[in-house]
Design a protein. Structure first.
Length: 659
């Protein structure tokens, strides 16, 4: 071995590296030097994590049965006060540090608190003893008031250090609990301020997590720039069930009953509470909590719930004689559902101080056992309800398997270098670039023949379909995938469906529904719009879908022809443009009756035609109203359509009925 390996390398440092180079950070200085280690950074999310840490302490008092009321007050100067009516932080001298009160130790020392054992709390959100001390370290001004034994105490801090001694303020005969007021340090967070809307949401969500606790919210109106209320009181006796009912609102679900419940863990300390609904037309959302702490990345409690749901629905499928139920996965049960799970366990373990993921291994088994029995009863106690949910889940399974098969086809196509086949009925355009191209979906071969002759071969493609396609709003996924007309339509458009719908893969810039200008044509157009709304909603949102406007009448006088879209348009032309003239009125029975020249001039030539663009609202409330309307008119419940007809029958003219 060469001695060169051990030769001294030239120093590049400006100083010597010796014992004096070793820096020892004491007290809360590590928090100020490396805040990311404790709150995940210094961005807006980390700033609001400070509020969560203090609020979690108050919630721990409520969960332990010592507090019934919590108050959040946001004031100018980025000053936040969180107060509870619990036991109050102890203010007597600490046994290990007799010259300091327990309050000062808790506020200025990492890894101090009453949650390392079960003497003060059987379950709690603060486990590491760093929460409120971190808040203190990262605040320029902190004031803590404690009301204990009918006396009020106060101490002030700045940047982790006490700036006053603990003082007895006076008597407090009608007050108890802890109040923490703090101002985040601008040296750490810059000019960032708390967001009233985010604090309001935090307060509201905590109230749902522990049924019965009252949380009061108050904010200076001058700090609010949106519709966040200046004052509110949150108290939800139903807990997560109340939250779910508010979140789902009037949306139609696979089952009208939500799956909700609570269950103690038996011999183990703690319990689980859950609320689940399966809305139609929903992307779904999941909310996971442990000891009132949000765990957005889920964890072991999530795994336990997944296991309970998938095992329960498989067992019910076996009971109902549905053989394919054995292939159901957790993804099938949970896709699209609105789900909330809250667990309370002793000594939970999290992935980091920000507690984004629960890692306690025992949580999985505890939750699975707690939820499984309830879910079995939920399915079997009402067979109609159980079968409805099973049918919904199997539809999700069929979709998953179809996506898998589609991806496999794409993979094979990519490796083979061959293009995917196109429907034999499709007459494609010659342009390779989708820009400026359009596909006309026409009803029947006769109309398709006229359209093929009327089209611009370079930019216009024609896909004829036979009659009325399947109503996808009331059909299972398996039935949709088995329909040949729909399969051809999906293949021709080329961008996939539902979650796999990628508008960037669209083969044409415009998709034009071109049906006869009569009642049957309107019905077919409605079925096609329903298909695009449900299976390819992103195309509709981006404005790729159009309705052609073919004429219903041709009005001829003196060798000149004028076309009318409908009866009202015809009457308008006769009363104005052709008033007093002898007019020959002919009614088209369908697109196939029009010769190619007429079809091109009236319906297909961009220079002379008229089209309606079909879009979806961007606002959530308006989009939800559209989803509700489509579901009522095209969904599985005929009573909704009957009610619509009854409500609107009076608006239909007699001549329309005769037609």
């Amino acid at each position: 071995m060469s001695d060169d390996l051990f030769a001294s390398a030239p120093s590049t440092s400006s100083g010597n590296y010796d014992a004096s180079s070793i820096e020892v950070l004491e007290g809360l200085e590590p928090v100020r030097r490396r805040p990311g280690m404790y709150i995940g950074g210094t961005d807006e999310r980390a700033l609001h994590h400070l509020a969560s840490e203090v609020l979690d302490n108050a919630m721990d008092e409520a969960v332990a049965g010592h507090a019934t009321r919590i108050e959040l007050v946001f004031e100018p100067g980025n000053r936040l006060t969180i107060t509870d009516n619990g036991r109050g932080i102890p203010v007597d001298p600490h046994p290990k540090f007799p010259d300091k009160s327990a309050l000062e130790v808790i506020l200025t020392t990492l890894h101090s608190g009453g949650k390392f054992s079960d003497k003060a709390y059987s379950t709690s959100g603060g486990l590491h003893g760093v929460g409120v001390s971190v808040v203190n370290a990262l605040s320029s001004d902190t004031c803590v008031e404690v009301a204990r034994n009918k006396e009020l105490f106060r101490q002030r801090f700045s940047k982790g250090h006490p700036v006053s001694a603990l003082e007895k303020v006076g008597a407090a005969p009608n007050r108890r609990g802890t109040s923490v007021t703090f101002v985040p340090d601008t040296e750490i967070f810059g000019a960032q301020n708390f967001k009233p809307a985010r604090l309001h949401k935090l307060a509201r969500s905590k109230a749902y997590l522990f049924a019965g606790v009252e949380i009061r919210w108050r904010c200076d109106p001058a700090l609010i720039s949106d519709d966040t209320p200046a004052e509110a009181v949150f108290q939800f006796p139903g807990g997560l069930a109340d939250h779910l009912a508010e979140q789902v609102a009037e949306r139609q679900c696979a089952t009208k009953d939500f799956f909700t419940g609570t269950q103690d863990f038996g011999t183990a300390t703690g319990r689980a509470e859950w609320a689940i609904a399966w809305p139609l037309w929903s992307d779904g959302s999941y909310s996971w909590y442990c000891n009132t702490i949000p765990t957005p990345d889920g964890g072991t409690h999530e795994a336990g719930l997944r296991a309970a749901l998938v095992k329960g629905i498989r067992a019910f499928g076996d009971l109902a004689g549905v053989k394919k139920a054995k292939d159901i996965t957790a993804e099938d049960v949970m896709t699209g559902c609105e789900l909330m799970l809250s667990v309370f366990i002793r000594d939970p373990q999290f992935q980091s101080q920000t507690k984004d993921r629960l890692t306690s291994p025992e949580a999985s088994g505890l939750v699975e056992k707690a939820v499984r029995d309830h879910f079995d009863h939920f399915l079997a106690d009402n067979m109609d309800r159980g079968k409805a949910l099973l049918s919904y889940v199997i539809d999700r399974m069929d979709e998953r398997l179809a996506r898998k098969a589609e991806k496999e086809v794409k993979r094979k196509t990519a490796t083979s270098g061959r293009k995917l086949r196109l429907p034999g009925k499709l007459t494609d355009c010659s342009a390779d670039d989708p820009a400026g191209t359009e596909i006309f979906i026409v009803e029947g071969d006769s109309a398709g023949g006229s359209a093929k002759q009327a089209r611009d071969r370079k930019t216009q493609a024609i896909l004829p379909i036979r009659g009325k396609i399947l109503n996808v709003a009331s059909a299972t996924s398996a039935k949709i995938l088995a329909n040949s007309e729909i399969a051809d339509l999906i293949l021709a458009i080329g961008c996939g469906t539902r979650k796999d719908c990628n508008p960037d893969l669209l083969r044409y810039e415009r998709i034009v529904i071109m049906t006869d200008a009569d009642v049957d044509g309107a019905h077919i157009a409605t079925l096609l719009m329903t298909f695009f709304f449900q299976e390819m909603p992103e195309l509709v949102k981006r404005g790729h879908l159009y309705l052609a406007q073919p004429p219903l009448y041709r009005l001829t006088t003196g060798g000149k022809s004028i076309y009318a879209r409908d009866d009202a348009h015809k009457d308008e032309i006769l009363a104005n443009e052709l008033k007093g003239k002898k007019v020959d009125v002919s009614r088209f029975k369908g697109l196939g009756e029009m010769n190619p020249t007429q079809l091109r001039e009236t319906t297909m030539d961009p220079k002379t035609r008229g089209m309606i663009r079909i879009t979806l609202p961007q606002e959530y409330e308006e989009a939800a109203a559209v989803r509700d309307l489509v579901d009522r008119l095209m969904g599985t419940n005929p009573a909704h359509r009957f009610a619509f007809i009854q409500d609107n029958a009076a608006a239909v003219d007699d001549d329309m009925i005769d037609a």
